[in-house]
Design a protein around this ligand. Sequence first.
Ligand code: SF4
Length: 171
Amino acid sequence: EKIPVGISACLLGEEVRFNGGHKQHSYIQKTLGEYFSFRTFCPEVDIGLGIPRKPIRLIRRDEQVICVDIEDYKLDYTQQLRDSADAQQGWIRDMCGFILKKDSPSCGMERVKVYEGHGTTKDGAGIFAETMMQRFPALPVEEEGRLGDAVLRENFIQRVYVMYRWRQLLR
Ligand code: SF4
């Protein structure tokens, strides 16, 4: 039996990005795929944004970080992304870990660019990912970019395996 792990759909080659492309990651798909049974998701498609679509970004407004249309900051998708993460808690809680697409205003785990005035800071998290991590703080989460680091990769795999064993004991 493979271990169930959630993953940003574009990392498995699904053409769901704003430009109709993907960000297929062959190590994750081929090597980790031998052990993990992947469950894909795309928060932006899930809330009804099309493919292709205009990009969205994080901005800071009144001390809050929100997710808006890149050209029209009045189009605010923050609540929809949060609500979508909450509505999907049923399957999210069944996963033993998550692999998230870095730098995404929806999926990024940390260090996502936040626009403020004429500058940017790299201290945001994707809105869907952040909501999910708040609801399930014990779930192992990692980004594809960091899986190239052997120590971080082993650490993540270990945490996923511990979660899997723990779930088996509770069955
Ligand atoms: Fe990939 Fe997430 Fe962006 Fe969808 S929202 S294209 S899964 S990074």
